[in-house]
Write a protein that binds this ligand. Sequence first.
Ligand code: ADP
Ligand code: MG
Ligand code: MG
Length: 251
Amino acid sequence: MLEIKGLKVKLEEEDKQILKGVDLSIDAGSVHAIMGPNGSGKSTLSYVLSGKDGYEVTGGSASLDGHDLLDLDPEERAAIGLFLAFQYPVEIPGVGNMTFLRTAVNAQRKARGQEEISAGDFLKEVRARAKSLKIDADMLKRPVNVGFSGGEKKRNEILQMAMLEPKMCVLDETDSGLDVDAMKLVAEGVNALRSEGRSFLVITHYQRLLDHIKPDVVHIMADGRIVKTGGPELALEVENNGYADILAEVV
Ligand code: ADP
Ligand code: MG
Ligand code: MG
């Protein structure tokens, strides 16, 4: 599914190397987590996968289902099934949430050679999915993320993800700023989408989200590299001992 090899990334504006050779391979249907101290490059990895400006790839590769991601526009990456839920979801003043969702869904369908979804079917689906995420009708009408609380923004990201039915979902600190109940809602939303053909990369600073979204594989990132890979027990080790022990072991 997702294959990242020796990925090196620096800032475009500054001579600062952030990713120093990231290797990561995620099979179809599996859930991987990346944990790591602040500033280790986790968000940068998700930005580079999404095609955000401001970063320069200086080495390595990243592909999704055999497509060279780094060669595609952000829209093309989405069309082949990549979805990113960002640590800081963007506000889009003037664009209604529902309109935004429908446009995104139809763009996705077009790229897959499918017909546009009918207004009725769209409404039915968006209402059902919003309800399970406890997103009320009012939030669907308001401009995307404008004036939403932190928790509402994160739930709205999961709603977008559910509507787009991506193959590869990357969630960057979707748990940060959420209280326990909101985090459980988000985790349930993600778990409901788990399937054989869909993979997840869950980036989180803390272990608690991984109590609810059980990962198959856990990676620890530090200073622009993945320094350790293991099973869910690795997340518990971080929870109990912090990063210091693991980092001392690998350097
Ligand atoms: P994490 O998500 O693991 O906390 P980030 O990817 O956000 O880490 O950041 C990695 C490093 O790159 C940090 O030292 C951060 O300050 C730096 N960095 C990332 N983006 C920028 C930027 N646009 N300008 C300056 N420094 C940046
Ligand atoms: Mg951070
Ligand atoms: Mg981050």
